[in-house]
Design a protein around this ligand. Structure first.
Ligand code: ASP
Ligand code: MG
Length: 420
C-alpha cells in the first residue's frame, strides 16, 4: 500500500478536490490519503481560536460565518443536487463548535486551540471522501483521532507509538476497503481530547501511518515540482534535486527549509520507506525522492533562508565568564518557553543565540533572562544557510549585506544578516 498526502494548497477550492480525484484515479493501489485543512483554513481557525479565547464575540461570529461559507461554497460547487446531504454530514461538527464557543474558554489557550483548530482537517476530509465516493472512487473516511493517540502536550502532541500502532492496524483493514481518507495534523489523548501535532504536521501524520502500516512509499503532492535547491519565491534561479538522502532532507528541514515537516523523516528512515515529493499541478512529472543513499552524493549548492529571527546576546552581570552552568540555565529557560534555537555563538563573556520570533512570551523570556544576565537583542534578522557552498556563491549572496554572525563547517556556511 501507499500513503498519499495532500496539503492545504492542493484542496484550496473545488477544482483542487477534483484534481485530487483525478490523481487518485490513476492508482490501482491500496491507498491511505492524508488530507490537510483546505487552503488557509488553519490560519483562519487560529484567528477564530484567539477571538474565542479573548472573548471578542462579534469578530468570532464573523469568523464562524466565513468558515461555514467557505466550505459550503466548495460543497455546492462539487456536488450540485447532492450538496445538502453532504452539508448534513458536517452539521454535527459545526454544532459541536457552536456549543464549545458558547461556553467561556478554559484558562488553557493551547488546549482550546487544539479543540478548535483541528476542525479544518475534519471538514476537508469529510468533503474529500464524500466527493471521491460521489465520482465512484469508493473509499472509507477514518477519524484519525480514534487511532493516533498522543499525550496531552497541546499543540505538539507526542504520539504513543505502541498504543496507536495497534489501533491503526485495526482501523485500516485493506481486506475491507482499498482506499482510506483521513486527517493529517490531529490526534487525541486517551480521554478523547483532541490534540494537534504542530503546524504543517500532516506530513508527519503521513509518515507515521506509513511506518505503522508498512507502506511501500509516501507521496507528498505539492504545488512545486519537487524539492528545490532554494525557495523559488525568494530566489531567481532554482534547480530541482532529483534524489536526496534522508540525512540531507533532515539537515535541510533543520536549517529551515519549509518543503517537509522536520519530524517526517524519522518514521520513514526506520523502515526504509521512500518519500516522493511531486507536483499536483503536473502529476505526470517525476518530482524528487528522498530515500536511503549509501554513496556520497554531489549536490549543487542548496540555499535555505529563514526570516524573522532574533539575535539575543547574553553576558554575565559581573565580570565572570560564560560557563556551563549559566548556559544550562539559559537553555532551561528556552525549553520552558518552547523556543527554537537556530544558531549559537559563544565567547568569553558573551553567549549569543539566534531564535525564532516566538508567538507569545518573548517579553517574559527577556525579563527572566535579565534577572540573571545582561541582555541585548536585535530583531528582524535573516539566517541564510548555504549547503555545499563555493566561495563564489557566498560572495554573491552576502556581498552587500550586513552580517552579524558568520559560521562555516566543511559543508555548510551560515550567515545571520539584517533582513532586506
Ligand atoms: N492544516 C495544518 C496546517 O496548516 C496542517 C498541515 O497543513 O500540515 O498547519
Ligand atoms: Mg499545509
Amino acid at each position: 500500500m501507499k500513503v498519499f498526502k495532500f496539503g492545504g494548497a492542493s484542496v484550496k477550492d473545488a477544482d483542487g478536490v477534483r484534481n485530487l480525484a483525478s490523481i487518485i484515479q490513476e492508482y490501482p493501489d491500496q491507498l491511505v490519503i492524508v488530507v490537510s485543512a483546505m487552503g488557509k483554513t488553519t490560519n483562519s481557525l487560529e484567528v477564530l481560536a484567539k477571538n474565542y479565547f479573548n472573548e471578542n464575540r462579534e469578530e468570532l461570529l464573523v469568523n464562524i460565518n466565513t468558515l461555514k461559507q467557505f466550505h459550503s461554497a466548495i460543497i455546492e460547487n462539487l456536488f450540485n443536487d447532492f450538496s445538502e446531504e453532504v452539508k448534513l454530514t458536517l452539521s454535527s461538527d459545526f454544532e459541536q463548535l457552536n456549543i464549545r464557543l458558547a461556553h467561556p474558554p478554559s484558562l488553557d489557550y493551547d488546549f482550546e486551540y487544539d479543540q478548535i483548530v483541528s476542525l479544518g482537517e475534519i471538514l476537508s476530509t469529510k468533503i474529500t471522501s464524500a466527493y471521491l465516493n460521489y465520482v465512484g472512487i469508493k473509499n472509507r473516511w477514518i477519524d484519525i483521532r480514534t487511532g493516533l493517540r498522543t499525550d496531552a502536550t497541546w499543540r505538539e502532541g507526542n504520539i504513543d507509538w505502541s498504543l496507536s500502532s495497534g489501533l491503526i492496524h485495526s482501523k485500516f483493514n485493506f481486506n475491507e476497503n482499498r482506499i482510506y481518507v483521513t486527517q493529517g495534523f490531529i490526534g487525541a489523548t486517551v480521554t478523547d481530547q483532541t490534540t494537534t501535532l504542530g503546524r504543517e504536521g500532516s506530513d508527519y501524520t503521513a509518515a507515521v501511518l506509513a511506518n505503522m502500516l508498512d507502506s511501500d512509499s509516501v507521496t507528498i503532492w505539492k504545488d512545486v515540482q519537487g524539492i528545490m535547491n532554494a525557495d523559488p519565491h525568494k530566489f531567481n534561479v532554482t534547480q530541482k534535486l532529483d534524489m536526496l538522502s534522508y540525512r540531507e532532507a533532515v539537515e535541510m528541514t533543520y536549517y529551515g527549509a519549509k518543503v517537509i515537516h522536520p519530524k517526517t523523516m524519522k518514521p520513514l528512515v526506520e523502515k526504509d520507506i521512500p518519500l516522493y515529493v511531486r507536483s499536483f499541478i503536473q502529476p505526470l512529472e517525476n518530482g524528487s525522492v528522498i530515500c536511503r543513499i549509501d554513496h556520497v552524493m554531489n549536490y549543487v549548492p542548496v540555499f535555505i533562508s529563514k526570516e524573522d529571527l532574533i539575535l539575543i546576546t547574553i553576558s554575565p552581570l559581573d565580570f565572570s565568564f560564560i560557563a556551563e552552568e549559566s548556559i544550562s540555565k539559559i537553555y532551561k529557560l528556552f525549553a520552558h518557553y518552547r523556543i527554537k534555537v537556530n544558531l549559537v555563538q559563544q565567547s568569553a563573556m558573551n553567549f549569543s543565540v539566534a531564535i525564532d520570533h516566538p508567538e507569545r512570551g518573548f517579553d517574559h523570556l527577556i525579563s527572566d533572562l535579565k534577572n540573571k544576565f545582561v541582555v541585548h537583542y536585535n530583531e528582524g534578522l535573516e539566517l541564510l544557510t548555504i549547503r555545499y557552498y563555493t566561495e563564489e556563491v557566498i560572495h554573491q549572496m552576502i556581498e552587500k549585506r550586513t552580517v552579524l554572525v558568520a559560521q562555516r563547517t566543511r559543508t555548510t556556511a551560515r550567515f545571520l544578516m539584517k533582513q532586506v
